[in-house]
Every structure is written in structure tokens, then in C-alpha cells.
Design a protein around this ligand. Structure first.
Ligand code: SF4
Length: 349
């Protein structure tokens, strides 16, 4: 969204004024075409616009090619060590390759990859993470070492006359991720792939990613986002979507809820979860904020800035306010239907 340059990944634009692209990575065995394709499809249906697949050895090339042919989203080949795998992946239909020049080895091998990438118009992602800092920068403060390592890789591609670049700098630490990306973004015009690496299991990943990526996005840094969570990658996509919606960088439904207090008349937490569940993944054309508030004393006032407020009233009923104006009072069992009706109306207005 914020870089000077734009790259095209199989028709998906990354960078410039384009919306931030959500991506994830398969964790199935690439050689298992059916399983991997199924996961690619699930990722796509959850909101991933680009999916990365590991190509580990030459045995993965043929299956990768098959997966590319049937995939409905552009695929990125993730390559380590063997430059020939990058070349073969491009020829098999990869829309982008992610390489680590540090483990590819010589400049000659990089040159070979660049030659084919140019021929096929395929962008290359390079960059660094906590585990791939170049030796010559190991004495620098870590954020600088990460940024300089990535910059070195960018310069290597530029030296070969290659500018179709996406760059990433990932740390396991949220602040380090922020500072390193901020430092590097001032030096190069290429789109940034942002992520906190090895962010851990779900709860930890939510905190680290919100802190590290949220701070970058608020500062207009980041063009494509991959959230790292151990386990099912679908959750990476869902969390990326929620983060972008929460920051106003993606159109969607936001559910806010009061913290509850002694005045609470309804089960705010339960209802908020219910509303979230109802609206999960709902594609909307306009941003909508739904507030779930516990009482009529402060509820309507506190929810004035929301499009829809569901406010607890006596006898487990709830009043619905639209932009702060009373719309009506309903039984809990009627809320779902009313909410959908109102959302449809807002979308069509
Ligand atoms: S909306 Fe009502 S119940 Fe919720 S925190 Fe405010 S005063 Fe308490």
C-alpha cells in the first residue's frame, strides 16, 4: 500500500496505493498434490490472495507445477539452498519466488535465477530474519544488522539489473521488527512483505503480530502481510484480516463491546461472541461497526460512533440503536435477524 514501486504477483499487485495483500503458507507435504491444493483452496476461501508453498527438492517441482495449474490464487515458491529449484519453480509456473541469497551461495547462481525471473516476469522476494543475519553485520545493533542484511540482498539483485523485488525483514521481536523495517523503508522503494517471524502459538502470535505489524501499518509501512502462527494456516489469514479491519485498512465488520460493570443488564461477552460468529467472514461493501453494550445508562452514548449498537435492557431484551438513534427493542432471539436486515440495508444504501 505504501511503497513507491509496485510488483505484480500473478495479477495481484503489491505496493503503491494498492490495498495490503494477505498471504499465508501451506504446511502440507508439497508432494501431496491433493492435500496441498485443498489447503490452498481453504486459504483462498478464508481471504488469502497469495499462497506460498515450499519447494524442498527436485521431487517437489512436478507436484508444484500441478498445484499451480489448479490453484485459484498465485503461488510463491519458497526456496532454500538450491538455485536450480528457484529456476525450475519459475518454469513450473510460480508467480514469485522467495529466496535467501545467503544460503543460495554464489553471485553466479543468483545471476542465473535473475535471468529466468526476468524472462518469466516473476518477482523475487529477498530479505532477512533473526536466523539469517549476514556475518559482516553481526556486530551492529540487531535491528540494523537485519536491515543491512536485507539491503545487501536487494543490492545484489539490483546489480544484476533486477528491480522486481519484494523485501522482508522479520524478527521474533515486535519492536525489532518495527525498527528494522522502518530503517530499511527509508532506503529502498520496493514493496515490503511484513511479518513477525516464529510468533508462536495463537495467543502469543496475536499479541506479537498486533504490536509489530500494527505499529508498522499505522506508520504506513507494509504492502503484503503474513502472520506467523504455529498450526493451521487458516488462522493466519483470519487474524491478518481482523488486524487490517481493526486498523481501517480493509473493509469489514468490526464488533466492539463494553468492558461490563455493575450496570450490565445482558451477557455482553456472550452476545458479542454470538455477533462475531454471525458476522465471521461476511463480505461487506462498506465498513460497519457493531457495538454490544451492557446497559442503557451509558451504552447509547458510548456507542454513538458505531453504525449499530445493541444495548442491554431489562428482562434480557436488547435495544438497537442506529448511529445513536433508537431503532427498537427486541427479544434476544430476534437480534440475529434484525442485525442481518440492518446490515443489508446499510450495504444497499
Ligand atoms: S455500557 Fe453500561 S454496562 Fe457497559 S461498561 Fe458502560 S455503563 Fe457499564
Amino acid at each position: 500500500m505504501f511503497s513507491e514501486k509496485v510488483v505484480d504477483v500473478g495479477g495481484v499487485k503489491i505496493g503503491g496505493k494498492y490495498p495490503i495483500v494477505i498471504q499465508s503458507m501451506t504446511n502440507t507435504d508439497t508432494a501431496n498434490i491433493e492435500q496441498t491444493l485443498f489447503q490452498v483452496e481453504r486459504l483462498k476461501n478464508s481471504g488469502a490472495q497469495i499462497v506460498r508453498v515450499s519447494v524442498r527438492s527436485k521431487d517437489d517441482i512436478q507436484p508444484f507445477g500441478e498445484i499451480v495449474k489448479k490453484s485459484q490464487v498465485p503461488l510463491v515458491a519458497d526456496i532454500h539452498f538450491d538455485y536450480r529449484l528457484a529456476i525450475e519453480s519459475i518454469k513450473a509456473g510460480a508467480s514469485k519466488v522467495r529466496i535467501n541469497p545467503g544460503n543460495i551461495g554464489s553471485d553466479v547462481k543468483i545471476r542465473e535465477i535473475v535471468k529466468v525471473a526476468k524472462e518469466y516476469n516473476v518477482p523475487i522476494r529477498v530479505g532477512s530474519n533473526s536466523g539469517s543475519i549476514a556475518k559482516e553485520f553481526s556486530d551492529l545493533p540487531r535491528h540494523k544488522a537485519l536491515a543491512e542484511s536485507a539491503l545487501k540482498e536487494v543490492r545484489l539483485l539490483e546489480k544484476e539489473g533486477f528491480y522486481d523485488i519484494v523485501v522482508s525483514v522479520k524478527s521474533v521481536d515486535a519492536k525489532e521488527t518495527f525498527v528494522a523495517n522502518q530503517y530499511l523503508s527509508r532506503l529502498i522503494p520496493y514493496p515490503f512483505h511484513i511479518g513477525v517471524t516464529e510468533a508462536g502459538v495463537f495467543e502469543d502470535a496475536v499479541i506479537l503480530s498486533s504490536a509489530g505489524l500494527g505499529s508498522l501499518l499505522i506508520n504506513d509501512i507494509g504492502d503484503t502481510i503474513r502472520i506467523s502462527i504455529s498450526g493451521d494456516p487458516i488462522r493466519e489469514v483470519e487474524l491478518a484480516k481482523d488486524l487490517l479491519i481493526a486498523l481501517g485498512l480493509k473493509i469489514g465488520v468490526r464488533v466492539i463491546a463494553c468492558p461490563t460493570c455493575a450496570r450490565t443488564e445482558i451477557d455482553v461477552e456472550g452476545l458479542a461472541y454470538e455477533v462475531k460468529k454471525m458476522l465471521k467472514g461476511k463480505e461487506v461493501k462498506k465498513n460497519i461497526t457493531v457495538a454490544v453494550m451492557g446497559c442503557v445508562v451509558n451504552g447509547p452514548g458510548e456507542a454513538k460512533h458505531s453504525d449499530i449498537a445493541i444495548v442491554g435492557t431489562k428482562n434480557s431484551s436488547a435495544a438497537i440503536f442506529l448511529k445513536g438513534e433508537l431503532f427498537g427493542t427486541f427479544k434476544r432471539s430476534e437480534i440475529r435477524e434484525k442485525l442481518f436486515e440492518i446490515i443489508e440495508e446499510i450495504q444497499n444504501s
